[in-house]
Design a protein around this ligand. Structure first.
Ligand SMILES: [Zn+2]
Length: 153
């Protein structure tokens, strides 16, 4: 960081403070050459991720939506809020790691189902039945049978 007074690059952070908006960090710096002090603001680059829906419309990625979907699916199941939140964080991380500007809602849905499958079978079926929009009961039954067959093994 260059000193705005003398141009020296020999500066040191003397104080760091988060502003009210925690995505902005305010730093007091001191120039080691001219001893003057100045302030810098660093802003975290905001990630604008769009979710492409089935009908090709786009929505801003909203972690809260995944959370409420999971809470609904896990209702009355032996899954703590902490577990749900940890799962949502995992999902968010995986989505952000794709490093894409747009992610199809289908990809997110599959990701959620993948996690739920390991977390709780009932929650998984609940989520899948809403999300997958099973064309007919036969589809749903197949999914159930596959799960039951797995459990029987
Ligand atoms: Zn200076």
């Amino acid at each position: 960081m260059k000193c705005p007074f003398c141009g020296s690059e020999d500066t040191r952070v003397s104080d760091k403070r988060e502003t009210e908006d925690s995505s902005i960090t305010r730093r007091r710096r001191k120039c080691l050459s001219c001893k003057k002090r100045f302030t810098t603001y660093e802003e975290v680059e905001k990630i604008e991720l769009s979710v492409v829906k089935k009908d090709s419309t786009r929505q801003t990625f909203d972690k809260q939506k995944i959370l409420s979907g999971l809470i609904k699916a896990c209702e009355k199941r032996p899954i703590s809020r902490e577990m749900i939140e940890a799962t949502v964080n995992e999902i968010e991380k995986e989505i952000l790691n794709m490093d894409a500007k747009e992610v199809p809602s289908k990809v997110i849905g599959e990701l959620v189902m993948d996690k739920l499958k390991n977390l709780d079978k009932v929650a998984y079926i609940r989520f899948a039945s809403v999300y997958k929009d099973f064309a007919d009961v036969e589809d749903f039954k197949k999914e159930l049978d596959a799960l039951i067959a797995k459990r029987a093994k």
